[in-house]
Design a protein around this ligand. Structure first.
Ligand code: PGA
Length: 224
């Protein structure tokens, strides 16, 4: 089983989201292989828009086999926290959430402690965490089932990390059999097969290449 996750980051307004889905769903309708893989859950395709559009994406993915994910959740429970989005408020909308992305760690001061609390909040609200690690020093949170290794040098740089180095990281993490190891960092249609060929990677967290519906669809095709 493979995960293919679109992390749109702070991109895409309502109109752009509608355009993206028009293209993506047209390609999906015409492609038996990807349609079948979604139905049989051989692949999980998760779309992570920014918060205001979670519900829109939920509606656009209805009956398509695609899933919805948030890019983050608040470390707070509901209450007087202006601007925050606690897990419980989106638990009927998002099935997944990214937690501890390196951009959250470096621009928003997210610590291991905060990440741990967010994962606990996601779990208690039936949201599956996609836990991001930048290197082997970052702690693999307890109970994390989906771990995405994203080396900072590879994120958004066009410099994807060599599959051999990604494999080395996987070995170092020594994950349990119930944990899925994903790679993220400049994944494109030109390099995704090299990772898939290792047979050791359970999916991909994709930023830049997910912004283009056709490119993202090609990634799904390439790993099936
Ligand atoms: P990228 O982003 O594909 O643009 O490198 C990946 C990520 O940050 O999740």
């Amino acid at each position: 089983m493979q995960y293919l996750i679109a992390n749109w980051k702070a991109n895409k307004n309502l109109e752009e989201i509608h355009d993206w889905f028009e293209t993506f769903l047209t390609l999906l309708e015409q492609d038996e292989k990807v349609t079948h893989a979604l139905e049989s859950q051989e692949i999980h395709i998760i779309i992570c828009p920014s918060f205001p559009f979670l519900l829109t994406v939920k509606e656009l993915t209805k009956n398509t086999g695609l899933s919805v994910g948030a890019q983050d959740i608040s470390v707070k429970a509901p209450g007087k926290y202006t601007g925050e989005v606690p897990a419980v408020l989106i638990s009927n909308i998002a099935e997944y959430t990214i937690i501890g992305h390196s951009e959250r760690r470096s621009y928003f001061g997210e610590t291991e402690e905060i990440i741990k609390e967010k994962i606990a909040l996601a779990t208690s609200n039936d949201i599956t965490s996609i836990s991001c690690l930048r290197n082997s020093e970052d702690i693999v949170p307890q109970n994390a089932t989906i771990i995405a290794y994203e080396p900072v040098s590879a994120i958004g740089s066009g410099q994807n990390e060599e599959p051999a180095l990604v494999m080395e990281m996987k070995r170092r993490l020594n994950l349990g059999t119930e944990q899925s190891f994903l790679y993220g960092g400049s994944v494109t249609r030109d390099n995704i097969s090299a990772y898939a060929q290792t047979g050791e990677i359970s999916g991909y967290l994709v930023g830049t290449a997910s912004l283009d519906a056709t490119h993202f669809f090609e990634l799904a095709r390439a790993i099936l």
